[in-house]
Design a protein around this ligand. Structure first.
Ligand code: GP9
Length: 376
């Protein structure tokens, strides 16, 4: 009972109850594609390596996107799976271990359920095997009845951890096109995974020799490659006539080169500003072909993806106000993100508000360990 009161009290205190604004329901009824990109950090976007864009396609999308430059990774040890979990449920991951392995059967209010209720075709796609991070089992519980993994694709090109982004996205496009509209498709990419392997024939950047043999240098190539595949994928969907009626959300799952290879970075000399420091930022952008681009500098993180998407897609807040732990970054007076270690980036408000924000990590732990939403 005490835990129940704490959880319910936490949600009550979280409510902001602000009047609606111009973003509310702006894309109601459109298709939605959410692309979670492996190890994509914000510093790659809009930056140039000796005059060469690292993400020319994402930069092109930004001209028609709402872009959140102050967006932070919030994953725990479940890394990629934690990002997926937060994006789909707006609940922080469990404090110890990986949520998908420890509690794969839990029930949540989730993006797939919100769209399923609206008659959307709902699908999740993964280029890797269903067992990686217990993916398919956990995604079924979260609400994706239709999950397709590497077993659904021809393994005609393996790079690094598995099916190349080029092959995956090429083979995925017919699955997307053939769905009944409106649809919501969630997918993740793979190739930009450490240690950032890429066949030489796909390397198009000229990378200074000071990066020779480093993961940073290798990541420039794989980021550029993944960016190219996303661009081609969206061009194909556009040629299919889908993009006018589709919203595409893209975000990075967690830091990559700065998270897993940080010891190596200071050895690269001389150190340049723009690629050097780890600032935990991953990009989050909402692209619609016919929209003018803008930047929203409100701080947030993975936990805020569901309420932000739901708001623009016209889903009534009452449907998730007491399950989503995150804020709608397009209509909030608060400007913060809680990192995995409890550190608060930005301004959570008064000391009591800051305490409330940080307590969210423990409240989520209680929600998950008790499968709270399955019992309520
Ligand atoms: C592999 C992908 C990677 O399928 O989920 O997970 P990560 O190692 O980045 O957590």
């Amino acid at each position: 009972d005490a835990d129940r009161q704490e959880i319910e009290g936490w949600y009550t205190q979280k409510q902001e109850n602000l009047p609606g604004n111009l973003y509310k329901g702006m894309f109601k009824g459109k298709n939605l594609i959410v692309i979670q990109v492996e190890s994509l950090e914000t510093f790659y976007l809009k930056n140039e390596l000796d005059g060469q864009e690292l993400t020319p396609n994402l930069n092109r999308l930004l001209k028609h996107s709402i872009f959140f430059p102050e967006f932070f990774e919030q994953v725990n040890v479940g890394t990629t799976s934690d990002a997926e979990f937060m994006a789909n449920t707006s609940v922080y991951p469990v404090r110890m271990g990986a949520t998908y392995f420890r509690y794969p059967d839990n029930t949540y209010n989730s993006l797939p359920k919100l769209f399923d209720r609206r008659g959307y075709s709902v699908m999740a796609a993964h280029p890797d095997n269903r067992g990686y991070w217990n993916w398919m089992h956990a995604m079924h519980s979260i609400g994706y009845d239709n999950c397709i993994d590497s077993n659904y694709f021809v393994a005609d090109e393996i790079i690094g951890l598995g099916l190349s982004d080029a092959s995956f996205l090429r083979q995925l496009e017919p699955f997307i096109k053939e769905q009944q509209q409106p649809f919501f498709t969630f997918l993740i990419t793979l190739t930009n995974h450490g240690p950032f392997e890429l066949p030489d024939k796909y390397k198009v950047l000229s990378v200074d020799k000071k990066f020779a043999g480093t993961k940073m240098g290798a990541s420039f190539h794989t980021v550029r490659y993944t960016d190219e595949q996303i661009g081609k994928f969206l061009d194909k969907l556009d040629a299919d006539g889908l993009l006018d009626n589709t919203v595409v959300v893209i975000y990075g799952d967690h830091n990559g080169v700065h998270k897993f290879y940080s010891e190596e970075i200071p050895t690269i000399k001389p150190a340049d500003d723009w690629w050097f420091s780890n600032n935990h930022r991953v990009p989050f952008l909402i692209y619609q072909k016919n929209m003018a681009g803008e930047e929203v500098w409100t701080r947030g993180g993975h936990i805020d993806i569901l309420p932000t998407i739901a708001y623009i897609m016209g889903i009534d807040e009452a449907e998730y106000a007491r399950t989503a732990m995150g804020r709608n970054l397009l209509n909030t007076n608060k400007d913060f993100a809680v990192l995995v270690d409890g550190q608060v980036v930005g301004e959570a408000g008064s000391p009591a508000e800051k305490d409330h924000a940080v307590r969210g990590l423990e409240v989520a732990d209680k929600i998950i360990r008790s499968s709270y939403f399955g019992k309520r």
